[in-house]
Design a protein around this ligand. Structure first.
Ligand SMILES: [Zn+2]
Length: 333
């Protein structure tokens, strides 16, 4: 198989043929050609066979990474003269108007935003948080395919914010397909109410499980008549673990403050290194941190209890426990 054919299949972009693949140190640049002879306006969809001119420089988009390779799509585009929008660079079938990312990349980012925390997402897809915000805004502005709301049985809802918390958006995703299916500005009960309005009573009743944060706003909407009446409400693991981790850190700080009041300052100094021993997963500890943890266990008290609770919850969410074991674990607290 030729490398261009291989990449055409791998990337699965609609409406293009691959004309060149260039391997660079950290990225692969794939040059594509649009197959359609017709040009269309990215704003309104107006089509024409007449070109206005050709852009002097190529256009670029980032596509889903290929393992450790960053994948970039490159194309020489033409411009059209749209009766409504004037001279515009032609639209492409694989990216939204004005975006530097392919549709697939943006869809992935939108879904990830509903299932993982900011730091993890930023590391995974290697873009900054404001870019995530712009992607979500663009996806919502161009409108999501109405059919996405069909066959929604296991749903997730989460709020996403950016611009230092000035913009809040509520996103709903389909956990089965891994796509986000609905979004709207706002983060309160009324915001999620309008999702259920769009979904309608029949489809709302088909939802069997819905994951969300632990705040009251979304749950209140989901529990309303004609909404997710048949759904089990599930708390997102990352929200639960985040909550218990914050609680553990609070207890740790209190213990440290108490130690600092003692005449012997050595104890407080030794304790300062305890933070990572407590917060990291036990499997990732260094030998020193493991030793600190053993000392804290011997010491017992509130701090050890808080640590044990964190670890118990983590084990539950890791999913390797039987129902009986989970019950036993929870009985201890
Ligand atoms: Zn137009």
């Amino acid at each position: 198989m030729r490398v261009t054919t291989a990449f055409k299949r791998l990337m699965d972009l609609p409406g293009v043929s691959v004309s060149e693949v260039d391997f660079q140190p950290a990225r692969v640049v794939v040059t594509v050609r649009l197959r359609s002879r017709k040009l269309f306006c990215p704003e309104c969809g107006f089509t024409t066979k007449a070109r206005y001119d050709t852009r002097p420089v190529p256009s670029w988009w980032r596509h889903l990474d290929l393992g450790r390779w960053r994948l970039e799509v490159r194309a020489d585009l033409r411009r059209i003269d749209c009766p409504t929008h004037g001279a515009r660079t032609e639209g492409v079938p694989f990216a939204r108007a004005g975006s530097k990312f392919t549709r697939d990349f943006e869809d992935l980012v939108g879904w990830l935003a509903t299932i993982m925390d900011k730091t993890a997402l930023r590391r995974l897809v290697r873009i900054d948080w404001d870019t995530v915000g712009r992607i979500i805004e663009r996806v919502m502005a161009t409108g999501l395919d109405k059919r996405r709301l069909d066959n929604l049985f296991v749903a997730g809802v989460d709020e996403v914010s950016w611009r230092k918390g000035h913009s809040y958006v509520t996103l709903v995703s389909n956990h089965t397909t891994g796509k986000f299916v609905w979004g709207k500005e706002g983060k309160d009960t009324a915001t999620l109410d309008s999702f259920f309005d769009d979904l309608g009573e029949e489809r709302s009743a088909q939802i069997t499980a819905m994951s969300m944060d632990m705040g009251p706003a979304y749950e209140k909407s989901a529990r309303k008549e004609h909404h997710a009446v048949n759904a089990v409400i599930c708390y997102d693991p990352f929200h639960v673990v985040q909550l218990v981790t914050t609680a553990l850190d609070k207890v740790r700080r209190e213990v440290w403050q108490d130690l600092r009041k003692l005449p012997d300052q050595e104890a407080a100094k030794r304790f300062k290194g305890a933070r990572w021993a407590l917060l990291k997963n036990p499997g990732d500890l260094t030998d020193d941190q493991a030793a600190t943890l053993r000392k804290l266990k011997r010491r017992g008290g509130d701090l050890w209890r808080a640590y044990a609770l964190k670890e118990a919850l983590r084990a539950i969410f890791a999913g390797d426990l039987t129902e009986d074991e989970v019950g036993e674990l929870l009985d201890r607290f």
